[in-house]
Design a protein around this ligand. Structure first.
Ligand code: NAD
Ligand code: UGA
Length: 463
């Protein structure tokens, strides 16, 4: 079947950019992105396209090109479901915060609500596509709900996980390493797979569209994130050893990365990985493994998270120790709050945990991030529930430029690798700071030799 009408439930970091690219590449398909969050939909529909709710290089222009032509954002979920031949479910699947599996398992309540709503509304056969990242075998639960509560229509369920990274979402979607589609092996299943392949084939070469069974596809997504995060934790573990041995982690990463079997990507030592997915998806993998009694498998992957937590903690501990064992009342400037550059997303950013530790030590944090507002920063800290919101507010001040943020501070901590930090007049910053002026580079971003020549006490990760 040739797809004419697509609905995507969930207008977030995945749903918005993915559907914008489909709309741009498939002018004959009408794409409607729906969400319960009215403010988010209003922002996607903002007349000024620079106000869309997600910052991604190239996204504004793309949305501007197709919005109102064949890309629509709406809160009318039922209408979009009813009209669609194919429905992507792209809602959030966070770690459970209650009940069995609290702190580990994926919370599937939003997914189940979508399935029940689709079943209630659908009056003709539809293809349902899992775009959200889900525990392996979720499609089984979806099928049971759809078949038992629907209006007797046929549903085919596909798994089509998303591999885009934030900050490069548009490029990743336009030129993916692969598109993965899992489906049933029955003739109906194959037809559904072919329909979705037909959508991607508008711009993705056929040899990069991989089809598998549903369970392999669901599991591959968790495994891809686990492998990526594991590389970061591996190099971060080595960074600590480098600090004790005068080896340099950047040199070690380069030396091992030139081995084509290892590869050079994802070997950048840092203050720790963040983002909405690495931790959540590994915890999910750990939980599933434990549920099958595979304790060694679970422990193996859990260590990736344990290492990451350690890396964040040791960064803040080092700041306190280096600043003569007290940061109480001291102004510490954070450059960056987002979990990586080129995004306004702050979910699970290492900066949140470093700030939390330093506020425990009564530091005053001065913050500059080119894309993150104070409201978001406070909400991230309040979410940890370590202290009262009014206390968090007392300890964080946000600035709209880095020079003011750094003025009169005791130390600077680089938490996000925004390119612009490298272009600053570091002499000017040095002159405005208290002495000795410290820089803790959690991203190994800045030119350490240059900073040391200016007079900074410069420390980076693993060097
Ligand atoms: P998000 O929180 O940005 O967006 C999810 C949206 O779904 C929200 O706007 C929410 O209001 C909406 N929603 C929830 N329940 C709904 C319902 N019943 N009806 C309508 N709308 C509903 O999340 P995200 O970052 O886009 O992630 C979505 C999924 O994609 C997750 O499973 C995530 O693991 C996965 N994923 C994310 C990324 C990423 O880079 N963020 C990459 C790959 C995969
Ligand atoms: C990651 C994956 O790269 C995507 O393929 C996947 O689709 C996505 O998760 C998801 O499922 O949500 P994302 O989290 O957006 O994408 O960004 P990454 O580039 O993977 O970075 C994750 C974190 O690791 C960031 O905090 C980054 O700074 C850190 N990182 C990454 C390092 O510290 N060192 C590295 O070498 C690479």
């Amino acid at each position: 079947m040739k797809i004419k009408n697509i609905c995507c439930i969930g207008a977030g970091y995945v749903g918005g950019p993915t559907m914008a690219v489909i709309a741009q590449k498939c002018p004959d398909i009408k794409v409607t992105v729906v969400d319960l969050n009215e403010a988010r939909i209003a922002a996607w529909n903002d007349k000024d396209v620079s106000n869309i709710p997600i910052y991604e290089p190239g996204l504004n222009e793309m949305v501007g090109n197709v919005r109102g032509k064949n890309l629509f954002f709406s809160t009318e979920v039922d209408k979009a479901i009813e009209e669609a031949d194919l429905i992507f479910i792209s809602v959030n699947t966070p770690t459970k915060t209650y009940g069995t599996g609290k702190g580990m398992a994926a919370d599937l309540k939003h997914i189940e609500l979508c399935a029940r709503q689709i079943a209630k509304v659908a009056k003709n056969n539809k293809i349902i596509v899992e775009k959200s990242t889900l525990p392996v075998r979720t499609a089984e639960a979806l099928k049971s709900i759809l078949d038992n509560t629907g209006n007797g229509v046929q549903f085919q369920i596909l798994s089509n996980p998303e591999f885009l990274a934030e900050g490069t979402a548009v490029q990743d979607l336009l030129n993916p390493d692969r598109v993965l589609i899992g489906g049933e092996s029955s003739p109906e299943g194959q037809k559904a797979i072919d329909s979705l392949v037909g959508v991607y084939a508008n711009w993705v070469p056929k040899d990069r569209i991989l089809t598998t069974n549903v369970w392999s596809s669901e599991l591959s997504k968790l495994v891809a994130n686990a492998f990526l995060a594991q590389r970061v934790s591996s190099i971060n573990a080595i960074s600590e050893l480098c600090e004790k041995t005068e080896a340099n982690v950047n040199e070690v990463a380069k030396a091992i990365g030139m081995d084509s079997r290892i590869g050079s990507k994802f070997l950048k030592a840092s203050v720790g990985f963040g983002g909405s997915c690495f931790q959540k998806d590994i915890l999910n993998l750990v939980y599933i493994s434990k549920a099958f009694g595979l304790n060694e498998v679970a422990d193996y992957w859990e260590q990736v998270i344990i290492m990451n937590d350690h890396q964040k903690r040791r960064f803040s501990k080092n700041i306190v120790q280096t600043l003569y064992n007290t940061v109480s009342g001291k102004k510490i400037t954070f450059l960056g709050w987002a979990f990586k550059k080129d995004t306004n997303d702050t979910r699970e950013s290492a900066a949140i945990y470093v700030a939390d530790d330093l506020i425990n030590e009564q530091a005053n944090i001065a913050l500059y991030d080119p894309k993150v507002a104070l409201k978001q920063v406070l909400s991230d800290l309040d979410y940890l529930d370590t202290r009262k919101p009014s206390e968090n507010e007392k300890h964080i001040t946000s600035y709209n430029n880095a020079y003011d943020a750094c003025k009169n501070s005791h130390a600077i901590a680089v938490l996000t690798e925004w390119d612009e930090f490298n272009d600053y007049d570091w002499q000017k910053i040095y002159d405005s700071m208290l002495k000795p002026a410290f820089v803790f580079d959690g991203r190994n971003l800045l030119d350490g030799d240059k900073l040391k020549a200016i007079g900074f006490v410069y420390q980076s990760i693993g060097c």
